[in-house]
Design a protein around this ligand. Structure first.
Ligand SMILES: Nc1ncnc2c1ncn2[C@@H]1O[C@H](COP(=O)(O)OP(=O)(O)OP(=O)(O)O)[C@@H](O)[C@H]1O
Length: 702
């Protein structure tokens, strides 16, 4: 309502009558597109509390309209009709429907239900399952609204005239860099030929080059990650400001409003024009909206915001049609063999049953696990035997916040393009990333939050396609699993007839070369043998935080990790933990903890199996080159007190928090580009344990 007034006040009304621009009020044709949402206010409060228990924290007066969950699920409305009816500009629609462009025909439910409200200017909280087209749902009406703005002259754009860096009309904030870039790609496709200029501001990229581009070309729609946006907008020297901003969009809104980002989002809002002077529409989109963030939602949206919820009341907020399976691992060391077995079995089936080839994302809770797994599988993939196998064309790709932004973008692009691949990933890709044809999402360990599970799973089965979800956990994590994920439709694997034999195999025993599972385990053990020792230590340390919080008993977690280090990694002894860390983690007196301040080398020596000796001491001396030395990890060298030695290798210094744990990998920060004391990373030489798993217990300084 306010938005309508704002957009079509005075002189704007004239413009609204022009064929190109559209007003919900002035164009009668729009009425037939009027989403049922506007009719649902009478049931708002009831449905809010009875139908969406996860949202029960919202106070009744905060929400004016909530879409009844019983609405038809089928998408309604052809895109082409929107142009015919003069609701959306013809160029935008052409870009959507032309087969050589986006090639889409019909709106999805969330697109249909939010279009009218956004064009009208309402504040919206939209909740729809992963992969249901939320990006286009906010981009299309937002670009239309910019075109509707009479102070934006498309002819000027057509001549590619300079528009200036302070012409920003809409701002999209995304929690990760990859997602911001993906949205920008989509926005540029959509805006093609309209003259609208889309720019990005993401961390890890050269700030100066990005700024110069904005200054040179101007900007109507700016898409970025919180830190970089704040940097740019708060620095008067950049010349980039948004005095005419009409629309603020928070994608993955719940993530942006949780503790990790909320302060920055507030700071960005403070840099925008005062909403009392320049009316602003705020849009929030997410697949999940946990109750903890609802207070922030209320603070950020207007009192009369609309809540569009396409998640039906009888439905868990994930794709019910995607089969999800739980597999118990005998030991943590069984995780990678189980991944390989799953890949092999599927690929064999794919060939005979003509299924899509294996394209999987394997999620881990720590960056170090993604690194060690990618390294082991890459080495495996280089073997002749593997290349000749049905998995021979599968690309092994790694993505996490420890990589440079360039490498992250390259990994995401490679995986997007790949037909057959495994992406070993931290949570940097868990939200919003739209990789085509992902057949499997495999989660190793219990994810730290329910929402994390849902978003990760959402990388498969997108846009109506098939997919499978798998979760591998140690039996010691059962209780945490039950509490976090117990209500989801995840089927336990049959104990009597297990799908993955390697998951339950005793890996401490010699493996039979005559059984497929024996071969797989040997392959993985050999591949891990070639992994440098520092990676093994960092993986152990990375998992120390996650395991001690997801296992019911710390002793069991330590035992499982020690077994992983010896049987899985072939280490002679588990890494030593400094007395201080042991105390901070409450591990004093726990059986199996190796307390000590020994030099790093002493615990890193490769095991007695062939190949481990290679990865031994040498690995540590190279440690700095392996991507761990960036970001001012402050004094990794010999001058540092050895008492902290055992932390020099963990990816705890922040890397794996990539965005989804508090203060985590925060999209814009991953590249250490700032090196400041942001989040929990302190480059002062005082290492800080910031593994996501410590969320519950807080971070530790030592
Ligand atoms: N109307 C449509 N018809 C068919 N496909 C569509 C339509 N709209 C979007 N898509 C496609 O669906 C896929 C998922 O869209 P998108 O990435 O926007 O999902 P999302 O809801 O934002 O998911 P997430 O919650 O994971 O961020 C994309 O490949 C997109 O091109």
């Amino acid at each position: 309502m306010f938005g309508t007034v704002r957009r079509f006040a005075a002189s704007q009304v004239l413009r609204a009558a022009a064929p190109r621009s559209v007003s919900a009020r002035s164009i009668p044709q729009l009425q037939k597109w009027q989403s049922p949402l506007s009719l649902s206010s009478v049931v708002a409060t009831r449905s809010l509390h009875s139908s969406f228990p996860r949202l029960s924290a919202v106070s009744a007066e905060a929400v004016e309209d909530v879409l009844e969950s019983s609405r038809p699920a089928a998408p309604t409305g052809e895109f082409a009709q929107l142009a015919t009816d003069n609701i959306i500009d013809g160029s935008l629609i052409k870009n959507i429907i032309q087969p050589d462009r986006m090639g889409l025909k019909t709106m999805t439910e969330v697109q249909f239900l939010t279009l009218n409200e956004i064009v009208k200017g309402d504040d919206i909280l939209a909740q729809a399952k992963t992969g249901t087209g939320k990006t286009l749902a906010f981009l299309l009406p937002t670009l239309q609204n910019i075109l509707n703005d009479p102070s934006v002259d498309p002819k000027t754009f057509a001549r590619r005239a300079r528009t200036g860096p302070s012409e920003i009309r809409a701002l999209i904030i995304s929690p990760t860099r990859e997602l911001a870039e993906q949205i920008a790609v989509e926005a540029r496709k959509l805006a093609f030929g309209t003259g609208l200029i889309v720019q990005t501001a993401v961390g890890g990229t050269q700030k100066r080059a990005g700024l110069a581009k904005i200054q040179r070309e101007g900007c109507h729609l700016l898409i970025g990650t919180p830190g970089r946006l704040k940097d740019i907008l708060s620095d008067p020297w950049t010349g980039v400001s948004a005095p005419k901003l009409n629309t603020l969009i928070l994608d993955e809104a719940d993530r942006l409003l949780d503790q990790g980002f909320s302060a920055e989002i507030e700071e960005i809002q403070a840099l925008l024009p005062n909403p009392a002077e320049v009316d602003r529409q705020t849009l929030m989109f997410s697949a999940t909206v946990p109750r903890e963030v609802m207070q922030m939602v209320r603070k950020t949206l207007k009192r009369d915001f609309k809540h569009v919820n396409t998640v039906r009341e009888d439905e868990v907020p994930t794709h019910e049609r995607i089969p999800q399976k739980l597999v118990y691992l005998r030991g943590l060391e069984n995780g990678l063999p189980a991944v390989l077995e799953l890949a092999q079995k599927y690929q064999e089936r794919a060939e005979s049953e003509n299924l899509r080839p294996f394209k999987a994302i394997v999620y881990f809770n720590s960056t170090a696990e993604t690194k060690i797994s990618a390294e082991a599988f890459s080495s495996l993939a280089n073997s002749r035997e593997f290349r000749m196998s049905p998995l021979g064309n599968v690309k092994m790709i790694e993505i996490n916040s420890r990589l440079t932004q360039q490498a992250r973008t390259r990994s995401a692009d490679n995986f997007r393009r790949a037909r057959e691949a495994i992406l070993f990933s931290s949570d940097v890709t868990a939200r919003g990333m739209d990789f085509p044809d992902v057949t499997h999402v495999i989660q190793v360990g219990v994810p730290r939050e329910y929402e994390t599970y849902i978003h990760r799973l959402g990388r498969t089965g997108r846009a109506g396609k098939e997919g499978e979800g798998w979760i591998f956990i140690h039996k010691g994590e059962h209780e945490t699993y039950r509490k976090r994920l117990g209500r989801l439709p995840i089927k336990g694997d049959s104990p009597t007839n297990p799908t993955l034999l390697t998951a339950g195999a005793d890996m401490s025993q010699p493996q039979s070369p005559d059984t497929p599972e024996g071969q797989i385990i040997t392959q993985i053990q050999e591949a891990l043998a070639s992994v440098p020792a520092d990676l093994k230590v960092s993986s152990y340390m990375g998992q120390l935080g996650t395991a001690t919080s997801s296992f019911s008993y710390k002793g069991e977690a330590i035992q499982a990790l020690n077994q992983l280090s010896s049987i899985g990694y072939g280490m002679a002894t588990p890494p030593y933990l400094s007395p201080r860390l042991v105390q901070q983690m409450g591990l004093r007196g726990v059986t199996g903890v190796s307390v000590g301040d020994r030099p790093r080398e002493s615990f890193s020596r490769g095991g007695d199996r062939d190949g481990f000796s290679r990865g031994g001491d040498r690995g540590f001396s190279r440690g700095g080159d392996r991507g761990f030395s960036r970001g001012g990890r402050g004094g990794r060298g010999g001058s540092r007190g050895e008492s902290r030695g055992d932390f020099l290798f963990g990816d705890r210094n922040r890397g794996d928090r990539e965005g989804f744990s508090r203060g985590g990998d925060r999209g814009d920060r991953g590249g250490f580009s700032r090196g400041g004391n942001r989040g929990s990373f302190r480059p002062s030489g005082r290492e800080r344990y910031s593994d996501p798993s410590f969320k519950e217990g807080g971070s530790f300084d030592f």
